[in-house]
Design a protein around this ligand. Sequence first.
Ligand code: BG6
Length: 493
Amino acid sequence: MSFDLILFGGTGDLAWRKIMPALFQAFRHGSLPEGGRIVGVARDDLSDDQYRALIKSRFDQVELAKRPSEEEFSRFAALLGYLRMDLANPADYAQLAARLQQRPADVVVMYVATAPGLFTTVCEQIAAAGLNGPQTRVVLEKPLGHDLASNRAINETVRSVLTEQQIFRIDHYLGKPSVQNLFALRFGNSLFEPLWRREHIANIQITIAEELGVEKRGAFYDSTGALRDMVQNHALQLLCAVAMEPPINAHADAIRDEKLKVLRSLKAWTPETLRQHVIRGQYAGGSIDGEAVPAYRDEKGVDPHSRTETFVALRAEIANWRWAGVPFYIRTGKRLAGRDAHIEVNFRPAPHAIFKSPLASSNVDNRLVINLQPKDGLELHLLAQGADQRRGGGTSRGAPTLAPVQLDLDFDKRFGSERVGAYERLLLDVIAGRLNLFVRSDEQEEAWRWVEPILDAWRHDSTGPRPYASGTWGPSASSAMIARDGYCWSEEC
Ligand code: BG6
């Protein structure tokens, strides 16, 4: 199967940081179909060779294991080409069409990795140039809009020129091996399913913590914030993966139907829950790994009086039979104490305690942790009979004591070299036409509908985000919120 991949935004950050390295990995692994062409598109005046040289120089900044050797790059470079385009100019799309017609491919992927403001222009122009035929697939990066209305407007325009089957809305968290493992854990085994419900689960916590600040994206981030950047998409997709009903099969729409039901069941906000159950923060200066780092407001491109949140913690509830009354806590932030993404499923304590151990009645060691990054694996925390008792050699020393133990599955170790990175997986899926790990428009709209009242409430709230020192776990109000339910974040328990 031959393919053409047209990368709009071909000289941008995303292109060289994520997309090109992922395409190269797929090439290196031999999984990129033969006979492919990759054409970078941008405004710069570059020849094919100059573009190849640019991409080659950028690979120096990619982590070592993912960097091509000279020989590998020269083979990969044979796939690369470049086209200068002004994305608002119809004549330039005619040029693109001519280039594509030189050698018609079975599949044409249009990857729109540009500023979000250009998404609809590109889609409309592609259609005007007659490039929206059934062989075309369009990949749209997030953020798709900044609220429900703008998201709908984009979706409407895009759907007026392409079918839903041709639209691949990317959320790279869905491509992470750990997230697919979560599906495998839940729907490939029968062990957890009977326990995966309100009768046995006390609460679920989703943490996506980053050590990095806003890096070079200060201006973009300042008009976006953590709620739009991480919660509306990545965190809610994780929530769906953990809370959805088993789909009837593994087809894209069966999975997306179930995710949509979760989003629709999220309890609507009230003025009271908006006040009590949503915490926003903004990083102040501090230190990360012993190095001083600046406050958010001192970052390049950020308004010195900015009220944009770099941290969000919230408490959600899913109003359905499986989850009624079970709190789902989500928190995400930049410049936190570590790079750590995980989901914690806290089971209820044993209903009747026969062991005289304070641990027996807590749920601290009665939990499943799904580690997403930096490591990818599963930890099952249980209580076992402690060392004291064994040393005592019997029952003469009194009641048995309990001690925490942990089953630890390290997927990186187990599957190491066979693993496929998120962007690589998703790019291969686009080429193959598999939509399972992409977001449907109704899911996206539902997620916007749910976060929008938070954005509205913040607009009318004069207090602004709470400052937190870089290198910590965010404002203390986040711990207070969860403590009100009698729980704690994992690092505090
Ligand atoms: C992106 C956000 O979608 O995800 C970034 O825009 C964030 O702000 C990134 O840093 C996190 O992705 P990952 O894969 O590094 O956890």
